[in-house]
Design a protein around this ligand. Structure first.
Ligand SMILES: C[S@@+](CC[C@H](N)C(=O)[O-])C[C@H]1O[C@@H](n2cnc3c(N)ncnc32)[C@H](O)[C@@H]1O
Length: 292
């Protein structure tokens, strides 16, 4: 082991509990050090971005990262990390790419209809109109803005407040501009689309009335404190990317963040099989409740 490799190894470990970094993995072969393995790469990415890739499903993540590495014609993980350190545009592209930001308004419309007909009235009956609503992993804002519109059918707009969080600052900056493609807004009910969007060339601009009801904040589901005492939490299409172990911790934290009687809305492919383990009652495969 060269002196440089040892120093580098201890620098990576740095007391970080997320990684079981083994210095042996960064070893020497003749005079030529072997390139980073995935574990070393993950440790480097954590240092650079605070994104803990060990909590994300490895096969899927590796495939995505390899695609990006090939796109930029890098020689491997080590070369890529070197470039991330000096190329700000590449760094931003990487974070954006890593976090998989695909979203759309009223994603899975049937589930939003159920929210409109059943769950919003129920929440209002139980808690009144002053609801604390959290859209976690909100991406480009499609989801929290959809929530404002859905709630506006039941509550005066000026009483609605949504806290929307994501770890990716870039997507939230995009959310704040409020400009969307025709495809993104396709699922918005026609009356709401007419009321709250203006056509700007090929795009749709959401109105300030809707925008002003959402407060965007940076939040990493894997390490930041969760927002307490919520009545309704929406976290969709992100937990599918996490390992089972990471998901367990996240579900428990969401449960603890809900008030008794509060609801948790997840993505259509993300049903919580062992929901009782966390204390949840199952309303259907994508809505769960903290018992009253
Ligand atoms: C596929 S989008 C889902 C957007 C929206 N919830 C929906 O269902 O349309 C996933 C989002 O999760 C965010 N994300 C990924 N890892 C995260 C983490 N550890 N903490 C918070 N957000 C995260 C990404 O930045 C991305 O915006």
């Amino acid at each position: 082991m060269t002196e440089m490799a040892v120093t580098y190894g201890s620098l990576l470990i740095g007391g970080d509990r997320h990684f079981s970094y083994e210095t042996e993995k960064y070893h020497e072969k003749g005079n030529c050090q072997m390139a980073y393995d995935y574990e070393t790469f993950m440790a480097q990415v954590y240092k650079l971005t605070s994104i803990d890739l060990t909590a994300y499903k490895e096969k899927q993540m590796k495939r995505r990262i390899d695609t990006l590495i090939n796109k930029h014609k890098c020689k491997g993980y080590e070369d890529f990390v070197g470039q991330l350190k000096t190329d700000k545009a590449l760094f931003e592209e990487f974070v954006n790419y890593l976090t998989i930001n695909v979203s759309e308004f009223y994603r899975n419309p049937d589930q939003w209809e159920l929210m409109d007909k059943e769950y919003i009235p129920e929440l209002i009956k139980r808690f009144g109109t002053n609801l604390k609503v959290w859209s976690a992993a909100c991406s480009t804002g499609d989801e929290p803005y959809s929530l404002v519109m859905a709630l506006s059918r039941h509550i005066p707009l000026n009483k609605i407040k949504i806290i929307a969080t994501d770890l990716d600052k870039q997507v939230m900056a995009q959310a704040k501009t409020g400009l969307y493609s025709a495809k993104s807004v396709n699922g918005v009910p026609r009356d709401l689309k007419e009321k709250y969007f203006t056509k700007v060339g090929p795009s749709y601009q959401i109105s300030n009335d809707i925008k002003s009801r959402v407060e965007f904040k940076e939040h990493n589901l894997l390490k930041d404190p969760y927002i307490p005492s919520c009545h309704f939490i929406v976290c969709r299409n992100v937990l599918i990317y996490f390992t089972d172990e990471a998901k367990e911790g996240i579900y428990q934290k969401f449960y603890n963040s809900l008030q008794p009687g509060g609801l948790f809305f997840i993505g259509s492919t993300e049903q919580i099989v062992n929901h009782k383990q966390y204390g949840f009652e199952r309303r259907n495969s994508f809505y769960y409740q903290r018992p009253v």
